[in-house]
Design a protein around this ligand. Structure first.
Ligand SMILES: Cc1cc2nc3c(=O)[nH]c(=O)nc-3n(C[C@H](O)[C@H](O)[C@H](O)COP(=O)(O)OP(=O)(O)OC[C@H]3O[C@@H](n4cnc5c(N)ncnc54)[C@H](O)[C@@H]3O)c2cc1C
Length: 465
C-alpha cells in the first residue's frame, strides 16, 4: 500500500486524521479542502461547518484514535490547557500522560487547529486549497478527483466532506435521515483568572433537563466553556434566542446558566451562536442494488453517519470509522478496493448504524414528550429513559455504564428494560430541573425581542424532559 496516491476530500477531523495517518504509512496524500484556515489563534470562521464553534465534547473513542495516529496533536492540546476526562479507575501511564480511554474537554476549534498543524508539517501530505467537484472513474474504478481548477490522480479517494456536503452524491442513495427535533443556541465564555467553575454535575460539565428543553454546560480548554440551550426545533417562539437580549434574559432565568455566566465569574468570548438543522443520518458505501458503486472510493465520518449532537458521539463515530479503515489497509486492503468498501460498509452497519438507530428512537420519544406525551411503561423504554432511570435505581449502572461510554451497543440495554419499565410503571418520572418551562422561556424571549411573534397558547400538558 506504500506509494498509493490517496486523495482525501474534506479536512475536518475525519479527513485530517486519515490524511496524516496514511501519509505516515507511506501513501502520497493530497488533502483537499476549500476552507482558508484559521485567521489567527482565536479566530477561524470555518464557513460550511455550522457546528464548528458550537460546544463539542470529545469521547475516549475519538481521543484514542488521535493519540494513536497524531500523538503530537494530543500533546499540544494538553499543553494548551485541554482537560483530560480520566475514567474513575484510570491511572496515568508510565509517560505521565492520562490513561487511554480518557476523553477531552476542549473547544473544537482548538482540536482542529492542532490536527491541521500536524497535517501541514507532514512530509508526504500536500494540502490542496480547493473545492472538489467530482470523483471520476477510469476502467470502473476511482481514478481522479476533479477540482474547480484542475484535477488530482488517485488510486484511493476518501470522501470526508461532512454532514451536508454532496460530493459523489450520485453514487449512492440518499440514505435514511430524520430531524433530531431540536436546535442549538450556544455561546462561549471564559472564566476570569482565578475564578472557580460553576456547578459541575457531569463529566462534560453540567446538564439540566428542563420541561421541554435541555441545558448543557461544556467545559473546554484553558478556562473556556460553552453554554447550550437545546430547544424544540419546531417551536418558532424560541428561534429569537439567537438575539443577544433574548439570550441574556434566558440565561439569567435558568439557574444553572445564571451561575456559570455570572459576570463576576466569566465573560463571553463569542457572540450568541444559532445552529442549523440537526438530523440523524446514515448512508452506507453501497448503491441501491447493494453494489460497490466505485471501487477505490470510500466515504468516511459524517458523510456516513450523523447523530443528535447532545450525546456528543459524532467525532467518535467518525474516527472509529477511520481507525477501522486504517486497520483494513494495514492488512493489505488497498489491493482489492471493492472488498475494502464492502468490508468497511459491513463494519459500519454493525458498529456505527446502531447508534443512528438508537437516536431515531430516542429523538422521536423526546419530541413526543416535549409535546406533552407521558412515558408509556408498557412499551420498551428508549435509551434516554433507561439512562434517566439511573437516578431511581443506581444499580442499573452495571449495564447502563458501558452503553454510556459507548463500550456496549444500544441493544445491551434490553437486559434492564423490565426493571426500567417497573420503575416508570410505579409512576416515577425523571426530575425536571428548576427554572422556566418552555412556555415561560418563550414568554421571556418574546418580551426581550419585541418583534418576536406572540407565543401561542400554552401546550395542554407540561412536557417532561
Ligand atoms: C451542533 C453540533 C454539535 C456537535 N457536538 C459534538 C460533540 O460534542 N462531540 C462530538 O463528538 N461530535 C459532535 N458533533 C459532530 C461533529 O461535529 C462531527 O461528527 C464532525 O464534524 C465530523 O467531522 P468530519 O470531518 O466528518 O466532517 P466536517 O467536520 O463537517 O468536515 C468536512 C470538511 O469537508 C470540507 N468539504 C466539504 N465538501 C467539500 C468539497 N466538495 N471540496 C472540498 N472540501 C469540502 C468542508 O469544508 C469541511 O472542512 C456535533 C455536531 C453538531 C452539528
Amino acid at each position: 500500500m506504500a506509494g498509493t496516491d490517496t486523495v482525501v476530500v474534506g479536512a475536518g477531523p475525519t479527513g485530517l486524521v486519515s490524511a496524516v495517518a496514511l501519509a505516515r504509512r507511506g501513501h502520497r496524500v493530497a488533502l483537499v479542502d476549500n476552507d482558508p484556515g484559521p485567521a489567527d489563534a482565536e479566530h477561524w470562521s470555518r464557513r460550511g461547518v455550522m457546528q464548528f464553534h458550537h460546544p463539542h465534547g470529545f469521547r475516549p473513542q475519538a481521543v484514542d484514535v488521535i493519540r494513536a495516529e497524531v500523538p503530537e496533536a494530543y500533546d499540544a492540546l494538553l499543553a494548551h490547557g485541554a482537560e483530560p476526562i480520566v475514567p474513575p479507575d484510570g491511572e496515568p501511564g508510565p509517560d505521565g500522560l492520562p490513561p487511554r480511554g480518557s476523553g477531552l474537554r476542549c473547544r473544537r476549534m482548538v482540536v482542529e487547529r492542532e490536527l491541521r498543524r500536524a497535517a501541514e508539517r507532514e512530509p508526504g501530505l500536500t494540502r490542496v486549497p480547493a473545492r472538489a467537484d467530482a470523483v471520476l472513474a477510469d476502467h470502473g474504478r476511482a481514478a481522479e478527483v476533479r477540482l474547480r481548477d484542475g484535477h488530482l490522480d488517485a488510486d484511493l479517494v476518501l470522501v470526508a466532506t461532512g454532514r451536508t456536503a454532496s460530493l459523489a452524491d450520485d453514487l449512492r442513495p440518499p440514505g435514511d435521515s430524520t430531524d433530531c427535533g431540536l436546535a442549538y443556541v450556544s455561546r462561549q465564555y471564559r472564566l476570569h483568572p482565578g475564578a472557580e467553575p460553576g456547578p459541575v454535575t457531569s463529566f462534560i460539565g453540567a446538564v439540566a433537563l428542563h420541561a421541554g428543553y435541555i441545558v448543557i454546560v461544556f467545559q473546554h480548554d484553558a478556562g473556556t466553556f460553552s453554554t447550550l440551550i437545546a430547544r424544540p426545533s419546531t417551536d418558532r417562539r424560541l428561534a429569537d434566542l439567537r438575539h443577544e437580549a433574548a439570550w441574556s434574559a434566558a440565561v439569567a432565568a435558568i439557574p444553572l446558566l445564571a451561575e456559570w455566566t455570572d459576570p463576576a465569574r466569566a465573560a463571553p468570548i463569542s457572540p450568541v451562536l444559532p445552529g442549523g438543522r440537526l438530523h440523524n443520518t446514515y448512508r452506507g458505501q453501497l448503491d441501491d442494488r447493494g453494489r460497490v458503486p466505485l471501487p477505490g472510493l470510500v466515504f468516511l465520518g459524517d458523510s456516513v453517519c450523523t447523530t443528535n449532537p447532545t450525546a456528543g458521539r459524532g467525532v467518535s463515530t467518525s474516527l472509529m470509522q477511520v481507525e477501522h479503515l486504517l486497520a483494513l489497509l494495514d492488512e493489505g486492503g488497498a489491493a482489492d478496493t471493492e472488498a475494502l468498501a464492502r468490508a468497511q460498509d459491513a463494519w459500519c452497519r454493525e458498529h456505527i448504524r446502531p447508534w443512528f438507530l438508537d437516536h431515531l428512537a430516542t429523538d422521536a420519544a423526546q419530541t413526543a414528550r416535549w409535546a406533552g406525551e407521558d412515558v408509556d411503561p408498557a412499551r420498551p423504554p428508549t435509551s434516554d429513559l433507561v439512562v434517566s432511570a439511573l437516578e431511581a435505581d443506581p444499580s442499573l449502572m452495571r449495564v447502563v455504564g458501558p452503553y454510556l461510554a459507548m463500550r456496549a451497543l444500544p441493544d445491551s440495554l434490553a437486559a434492564v428494560h423490565p426493571r426500567v419499565q417497573e420503575i416508570y410503571a410505579s409512576g416515577w418520572r425523571p426530575p425536571v430541573a428548576e427554572g422556566p418551562t418552555v412556555d415561560e422561556l418563550a414568554s421571556l424571549v418574546g418580551a426581550a425581542v419585541p418583534s418576536a411573534p406572540a407565543p401561542p397558547p400554552a401546550a395542554p400538558a407540561t412536557a417532561r424532559a
